[in-house]
Write a protein that binds this ligand. Structure first.
Ligand code: CDV
Length: 307
């Protein structure tokens, strides 16, 4: 049996502070059209795909940064993306900064079905960086100032003929992110990221950025018998070089497709979701081989997907 899902990783090159959302939406629509031409059914865009990575700047009054956040989705400016996706009958996954009516700020990603409906929303759990201004840095990574960590955890949703999960950037470095979704039977994890090549707290890691990116996503895929689609916003954004290397990874841990540029680029792969079973029902048969009574339990908090 085969359950084929043709997925696209739609990498974005840099978005500068001067680039308005409308111009970014035009780029997203162009990638959507390329994906349709390649016969993709689902396209994955990066983390914070509508704006520059604004946590690189610190401001004293966070209210002055409200313009970086979305208060509704779709909004007037993002509606053309939703309409074009619906017209083309192609789904997408989009990361953006969310400001709720209650004034909470989240780093958010949504999954949109081929009919334009939002089927899932995920808010970033692992928020990296720092809370206060660190003026000695060449650039800030003040995500902990700009975003509240989600208390909702990792969900898995039945969509696109399979069990879809989401995580955002730093989440991909933590084995728990994959395992909590693995315990819910995830078959494809969608992950957008913005990763500066220069890691200020420990620059010895700079040359390892590409290696660590591949290491965590390939091992997370293999150890949980799932596809992983990791998609970058990279290139030189406001003087900061960001990692690219967007990739589509199989449950075997092998890379099926990978970008080669530092700009807007689409790569795609036909993913047989039944491939996951080969790992979930053999080496990584969790029910048979895991020993939570020995090393503790990880619970699937949301329990969104159950037979
Ligand atoms: N956007 C991110 O979450 N970036 C982090 C950096 C700060 C380490 C990452 O894990 O790639």
């Amino acid at each position: 049996m085969t359950r084929l899902l043709h997925v696209g990783a739609a990498q974005l090159g840099p978005i500068q502070q001067s680039d308005d959302r409308a111009s970014v939406v035009i780029r997203l629509i162009e990638l959507l059209r390329q994906a349709k031409a390649a016969k993709c059914e689902l396209v994955v865009f990066p983390e914070l795909a509508l704006t520059t990575f604004f946590p690189r700047w610190f401001v004293d009054d966070i209210a002055t940064t409200d313009h970086w956040y979305e208060t509704e989705m779709p909004s007037a400016v993002t509606l053309p993306l939703f309409l074009e996706a619906k017209r083309l009958e192609i789904g997408f996954c989009l990361g953006y900064a969310e400001l709720t009516p209650q004034g909470e700020r989240f780093n958010t990603q949504i999954l949109v079905e081929r009919d334009g409906s939002v089927v899932a929303k995920y808010r970033k759990v692992h928020i990296p960086g720092h809370e206060t201004n660190e003026p000695d840095r060449p650039f800030q990574h003040a995500e902990r100032y700009y975003f509240t960590p989600s208390a909702e955890g990792f969900g898995v949703w039945k969509a696109f003929g399979g069990r879809m999960g989401m995580m955002i950037c730093n989440d991909r470095r933590w084995p728990e992110s994959y395992r909590v979704m693995g315990l819910q039977g995830v078959e494809m994890i969608l992950c957008g990221y913005n990763t500066p090549m220069h890691y200020v707290p420990d620059p010895t890691q700079d040359v390892l950025q590409g290696f660590h990116n591949a290491l965590v996503m390939q091992s997370g895929a293999y150890q949980n018998g799932t596809f992983v689609v990791g998609v970058a916003k990279g290139g030189v954004e406001e003087g900061v070089l960001g990692l690219c290397d967007s990739s589509i990874i199989a449950p075997s841990g092998e890379i099926l497709a990978k970008t080669v540029t530092t700009g807007d680029e689409l790569v795609s792969a036909v993913c047989d979701l039944d491939w996951c079973k080969q790992y979930k029902e053999t080496l990584f048969d969790f029910d048979k081989y895991r020993r939570p009574e020995v090393y503790g339990r990880i619970t699937a908090q949301r329990g969104a997907v159950l037979d």
